[in-house]
Design a protein around this ligand. Structure first.
Ligand SMILES: [Zn+2]
Ligand SMILES: [Zn+2]
Length: 258
């Protein structure tokens, strides 16, 4: 069935003076990640870059009036499609090689997802249709030709490294479990955490081939101790500390680790 052509590909919402959320409204919720832009004094921070179906660098050009430090919270395809467009590209050590030479799964078609995994996703309300897009960026868009562009990180980061915007400083937290190189960006001064897919207020995925439940449990226990005020996740709406504790405790209970 032919899809409508979207008038614009990215939506955005100003969260506060410095933080803007961007997202791709015409893609299935499964692969609709949050793209966070943080305005700094000397540089801007971009946390994840979406699917790369349409150029993020062009669509959000008005936001980028300084050098942009683009960080991949991890290298699942819905988070890194636009990474190659930016001059500064940060990836955790554990997933750097996989970004330089991207061979991981990436598709806009439900049929390409392994049957058992797709059944689980569909039970959770995702990927109900054949295609994972509900509109096309232009007429004649070829869903089957979708690819991720490999790109080498310009800076490989690890636990404790700092991302400095001049007036704001974020510490890299290594948060494995969902994926080996999942990271969060923690600003202690404001109690703000950009958490990627390590934690968000929704269905958390820990059963991918590269997921690790034991690591995930450890990550959750660690997040529970963090004095957060605001969590901006890789999917779904932002939340505060009380909700974080509830999500963590629910996860630990389900894994028999409470
Ligand atoms: Zn992910
Ligand atoms: Zn994700």
């Amino acid at each position: 069935m032919p899809r409508p052509v979207a008038e614009r590909w990215f939506e955005r919402q100003r969260i506060d003076d410095d933080v803007t959320l961007l997202w791709e409204p015409h893609v299935d919720r499964l692969i609709r990640c949050n793209i966070w832009h943080v305005r700094g004094r000397d540089a801007d921070l971009l946390v994840d870059t979406g699917l790369g179906i349409v150029s993020l660098a062009e669509a959000a050009r008005d936001l980028f009036d300084k050098p942009v430090i683009a960080v991949a919270t991890h290298t699942h395809y819905d988070h890194i499609g636009g990474l190659h467009e930016f001059a500064h590209r940060l990836v955790h050590r554990a997933e750097a090689a996989g970004m330089t030479d991207f061979r991981d799964f990436a598709t806009l078609r439900s049929a390409d997802i392994e049957a058992a995994i797709l059944a689980g996703l569909r039970a959770a309300g995702f990927a109900q249709a054949d295609e994972l897009v509900t509109a096309y960026p232009h007429a004649g868009f070829d869903v089957g030709a979708y690819r991720i562009v490999s790109t080498a990180p310009t800076r490989i980061v690890d636990q404790g490294d700092l991302v400095d915007l001049g007036d704001r400083r974020f510490e890299v937290l290594h948060l494995p479990g969902h994926s080996p190189g999942s990271l969060g960006l923690w600003e202690a001064a404001s109690g703000t955490l950009f958490s990627g897919d390590a934690i968000y207020d929704g269905y958390l995925i820990d059963d991918l081939p590269t997921s690790d439940v034991a690591y995930y449990v450890r990550t959750m226990r660690r997040l529970r101790e963090l004095p957060v005020r605001t969590v901006h996740g890789g999917h779904k709406p932002s939340f505060g500390r009380e909700r974080l504790i509830a999500i963590v405790d629910d996860y630990l209970r389900r894994k028999g680790a409470a």
